[in-house]
Design a protein. Structure first.
Length: 256
């Protein structure tokens, strides 16, 4: 009985000590942030993170031995949370000089085709982002792409919205001249179907307007930024060498 009482006392004391010294308690899983509305790449469904970018990010982090939980929030907020050091961005993030000042980026995880969509009833010639000057162009809030597209954006009438389905609806209704959709033709078809829009009502520019390199990113101020990114990069290199990265991406995309 004495041994049992001592064991209970030690257990209670250990619990109270952990409460008073949270740094010694088990660490919380790292948060992996993504968007609520970038279907089918990363989005929320009934409060749960979904999408092929989410699945790929979780798989890579697991291979790296990094415990995470996925959190979907509005895209602009996701960027703010990561920049503030509250977690890591899923591998769905574009690199810009401004973002590199705040964050460390991993090696490239995937190339994301970004396409321009027009209403089939109102087509126009498009060869370069400068051809969009003066036109109403829909895109996701806080999205940035290649240098050429980013440089041309101030000349466009940009409408930032809540997601690609809304964007396509506005396009068909004549409230936009063009819609920028990440994820390529597959994403356009998926979102048109979800929005109840016949694909014949849309005109997808024949070639992607860009192949947007996507990365993990973490704030330079995060206390484990360099350690985490080193582990991730070693894992990405290994997964590219054994081709498991491409296989996982293809399998995840096929589910959407």
């Amino acid at each position: 009985m004495l041994v049992v009482r001592l064991a209970k006392a030690c257990s209670i004391a250990g619990f109270l000590f952990a409460l008073c010294h949270p740094g010694l308690a088990a660490a919380e899983p790292l948060r992996m942030y993504c968007s609520e509305h970038t279907v089918p790449k990363h989005y929320a469904e009934y409060g749960k993170a979904r999408g092929y970018g989410v699945e790929l990010g979780l798989a890579i982090l697991k291979q790296a031995g990094i415990e995470v939980r996925a959190h979907c929030v509005p895209w602009a907020r996701a960027i703010q949370e990561v920049a503030a050091g509250k977690g890591i961005m899923a591998p769905v993030f574009s690199k810009t000089p401004e973002r590199e000042q705040q964050m460390l980026f991993s090696l490239k995880v995937m190339d994301d085709p970004v396409v321009l969509v027009q209403a089939a009833a109102r087509p126009f010639a498009f060869h370069h982002p400068t051809d969009l000057a003066g036109r109403r162009v829909g895109t996701t809030r806080a999205s940035r792409f290649t240098e050429a597209f980013n440089a041309a954006m101030p000349s466009m009438l940009i409408n930032e919205d809540g997601g690609p389905q809304q964007r396509l609806q506005m396009l068909v209704a004549g409230r936009l001249d063009a819609a920028v959709i990440a994820g390529g033709v597959h994403a356009v078809r998926y979102n048109a179907r979800q929005a109840g829009i016949a694909i014949e009502q849309l005109r997808i520019v024949s070639l992607p307007i860009m192949q947007d390199p996507n990365y993990f990113a973490i704030s330079r101020q995060h206390p484990q930024a360099k350690v985490l990114m080193d582990r991730l990069n070693r894992t990405i290199v290994r997964m590219k060498q054994d081709r498991s990265l491409n296989q996982l991406l293809a399998e995840a995309q096929a589910r959407y």
